[in-house]
Design a protein around this ligand. Sequence first.
Ligand SMILES: [Mg+2]
Length: 248
Amino acid sequence: MIPHLVFFDVDNTLTESKQPLSARKVELMTELLRHTKVAITSGAKIALITHQIPDQLPEEVRSNLYMLPASGSALYEYKDGEWKAVYEDLFTPEEVEEVRAAFLNAGTDTGLIDFNAPSVGERIEWRGSEMALTAPGQEAPIDVKAAWDPDRSKRMKLREVLLPLLPNYEVRIAGRSTIDVTKKGIDKAYGVQQISQYLNIPIADMIYIGDALYPGGNDEVVKKSGIKTHQVKDPKETEQLMETLLAS
Ligand SMILES: [Mg+2]
């Protein structure tokens, strides 16, 4: 039986990093949405995941899709032809400044980021209910991002310095060269609990599919919600899993 809600991570699970759904995935996702509800979550902001997933899908299936951008710190649903926030705990301008100052201090104190050097796109991005620090810049090519911190050691060091500076926030290693910050207690597991309450679907009737459920991976945190999980290695494997789900 298909779970009452299928939860997907986006980058490297449904799509390549920041890319739209492939043609085959559009077919499979459309079919899945005809049979059950689907939620997608990502560290990225709403505009990017809207482009990656629902913009590629036929309008008639979008109302069965829910988006949790910015690491679950917001929930969006499709109503009356547009995406509307069910909740979104926006940072105040003071909070934005507090986190920005901590990023600047941590990058400079560790000697890991020279904020005076040019970057490809902004290094610090405010995503509404989340702040992100991406050392080479948000728009840097994937290989440049991947080469910056392949063993995570730089981000672990940055996180260590950020933790005492940001006691009221969650500080996570994300993506390839990024640190994400949301308010305390807000993460993908919070998103799972929120959507369970909102749709009145028990967590036991859901499954979470992600590429980074291993220790230290950016999907691991969902496990504390008690949701059943399924690790995939890449979008190709997710395609096979969707076919299996649809056949069940
Ligand atoms: Mg991922």
